[in-house]
Ligand binder design. Sequence first.
Ligand code: ADP
Ligand code: F6P
Length: 319
Amino acid sequence: MKRIGVLTSGGDAPGMNAAIRAVTRTALFKGMEVIGIRRGYNGLINGDVFEMNKRTVSSIIQRGGTLLFTARCEEFKEEAGVLKAVETCKKLGIEGLVVIGGDGSYRGAGDLSAHGIPCIGIPGTIDNDITSTDYTIGYDTAMNTVMELVDKLRDTSHSHDRCSVVEVMGRRAGYIAVNTAVACGATNVLCPERDYNLDDIVNKIQETRKLGKQNFIIIVAEGVGHSEEIANYITEKTGVAARATILGHVQRGGSPTVRDRVLASQMGNYAVNLLEQGVGNRVVGVRGDKLVDFDIQEALKMQKEFDENLYKLSDIISI
Ligand code: ADP
Ligand code: F6P
């Protein structure tokens, strides 16, 4: 391949820039040209693109967000949108594409591959809800951001003998919630993968309070929701003043951690190596410490196991 494109799609994630940098520099190193596509699949439909060089990606490895901007593109979900994107690729001589995003973006990459534009997907989302990889780019940074913020909440919660109900992101998945619950010593964690009973939380607060526990952290995954209502219920039933905090989009920003930068760099490099071999319709992942790749449609059908042991551990060590 002589010319490839790169785009970011769906919600942004810290480390996407590191992936763009690795894709660009690996391709240039191999003598390929690289076209940056702005705002996900919108840029392909509208021809909003620019040629990238080694300096285009200077000083971005440490920056959150994405140099290429990102978007959700409804038009691309229709056949007509895909055909427009294929037309742009043909016009610009883009022979292959690296798509950095979540599983929605993977579906789009599958559609383009089926229309003769080989695509490689790289998992970029803070949610870690992509089944074909152990870790997604941005997940580690987001969890560290949550940890820092919950530590701050604990300071004030402790001073006032309160309970902090903290809502974290994750779309329909509880990976951020369960891991940060363990890392922050949360009293309880509510996640979409497991049913919950608010009275169990109330009982735990009452019992541990008798044993001298004075402040409480409850982590709620956004897929469960209702953090305000949960806080009100706890206040009413236990007498411990509870405050709800929805952390929101702050979890998507910030400088990526070492882990996210290294993972993004490795995956970006791996994706270009696949395109160089003429391979398309694949997604990159990591299993243990090994980089792997899968057929897009097979990857989308995989199941990711919920870490029951970690979920139980968070309960056992917060008494
Ligand atoms: P993510 O990639 O983070 O999962 P979305 O699910 O919002 O985020 O998907 C991002 C974009 O990928 C969508 O706006 C759309 O352009 C494209 N996309 C999503 N689902 C499909 C689909 N079924 N077919 C084709 N393109 C899709
Ligand atoms: O997929 C990343 C994510 O931040 C989810 O955790 C969250 O549910 C969603 O995106 C928020 O999307 P938006 O940026 O459209 O509010």
